[in-house]
Design a protein around this ligand. Structure first.
Ligand code: 5GP
Length: 342
């Protein structure tokens, strides 16, 4: 539907390697024929579902395909251009810096390359403001987490405002947040904004209690926070009192089977309470979606009017990690476009 494409949008939860499109994937697969990778191993198509564990296997396959500076530059530029083409005006991209001995890739160069892609898109006047969150993969434990925070801190100071925060992601069934607490505290103290995946699976309740005390600046998914699904009133209280926006990824949660169906998505619970919610794609490549489609799905599933959809996209400006002048610029853009579109 043309309204959802034209709607100016803010994307706040997008993992770089999960966002690689079908077309870019084709190029990567052709570049590395010896890996024998097929499309079905890198994307979950319409009507298909996987377990969360199988989803994390998909990322391992993609990481084999994206393992050099050249690859990262290509995928990052393509992903940014695709979000812009979908009407995303402000994007916070996140990615886990990786080191690959065979190609000489270092974590430092990894981040520099993503920043180079952002710079090139800006120079080419792609109509989108892009910021970057350095991601910590919880699977790698506290030592790597602390190293990643230090790296992120360096870039916070040297990237001209492009690096704005830290993400905590990776397989939620592995490790415990208590071991990562000191790294996250350090990140917060040095001025990095925190976007943490919380309560993606039911077993994370204690961890969420703990991490909500930081508090994070935004929550990723938060699927099992509320009591109806085994969370608790205390968790909901913490989220509400501190007014922490929640990044909601409908298709990702349904395809990854942490949510049984679109109409049972926890968006409903939080949206009804008037809590800060932002619709996001998570991994548009892996889950074969885009942000326009996510807005359309939310609207059709929960019966939102176009006015309500507009409000949802506009309110997301307030949940970005952008500095105040950028938020004001975005507000102005939304105001200008409103007359044309709504
Ligand atoms: P990358 O950080 O390599 O750019 O993007 C892929 C990585 O993002 C995965 O290896 C994983 O750590 C993280 N990721 C992507 N989607 C999800 C998700 O739905 N949940 C969690 N917890 N992590 C994810």
């Amino acid at each position: 539907d043309v309204f959802y494409r034209q709607l100016p949008k803010v994307e706040l939860h997008a993992h770089l390697n999960g966002s690689v499109s079908f077309e870019t994937m084709e190029t990567l697969i052709k570049r590395k024929p010896h890996l024998n990778i097929e499309h079905s191993m890198t994307a979950i198509r319409r009507g298909q579902r996987r377990s969360l564990d199988e989803c994390f296997q998909v990322f391992k396959v993609i990481h084999q395909l994206v393992d050099s500076e050249e690859d990262i530059l290509m995928v990052a530029k393509a992903v940014i251009q695709e979000f812009a083409a979908d009407g995303v005006k402000y994007l916070e991209l996140r990615s886990t810096p990786r080191e690959v001995t065979e190609t000489g890739l270092t974590k430092q160069r990894y981040i520099e390359t993503v920043l180079e892609a952002i710079r090139q898109c800006k120079q080419e006047e792609v109509d989108i403001d892009v910021r970057f969150l350095v991601a910590v993969d919880r699977r790698h434990g506290p030592v790597v987490a602390m190293e990643t925070v230090k790296l992120a801190e360096d870039f916070l100071l040297s990237s001209d405002g492009v690096v704005v925060g830290l993400d905590l992601s990776g397989d939620p069934t592995v490790g415990h947040g208590k071991n990562l607490l000191s790294a996250l505290e350090k990140a917060k103290n040095c001025g990095l904004k925190l976007a943490l995946h919380l309560s993606e699976v039911p077993s994370q309740r204690d961890e969420s209690e703990l991490l909500l005390n930081l508090p994070p600046d935004r929550i990723g998914h938060g699927t099992f926070l509320h009591p109806e699904v085994g969370g608790s009133d205390s968790l909901v209280d913490k989220v509400c009192k501190q007014n922490i926006p929640i990044e909601m990824c409908l298709t990702s949660n349904v395809k990854g089977q942490t949510v049984p169906s679109y109409d049972k998505h926890h968006f409903q619970y939080w949206y009804k309470r008037g809590h800060a919610c932002v619709l996001c794609t998570d991994d548009k490549g892996v889950f074969c979606t885009d942000l326009s489609q996510e807005y359309q799905l939310a609207a059709s599933t929960f019966g939102l009017t176009q006015e309500a959809v507009w409000m949802l996209s506009q309110q997301a400006i307030g949940y970005t990690f952008a500095p105040e002048p950028i938020k004001q610029r975005l507000e102005k853009k939304w105001a200008e476009l409103k007359q044309q579109i709504l």
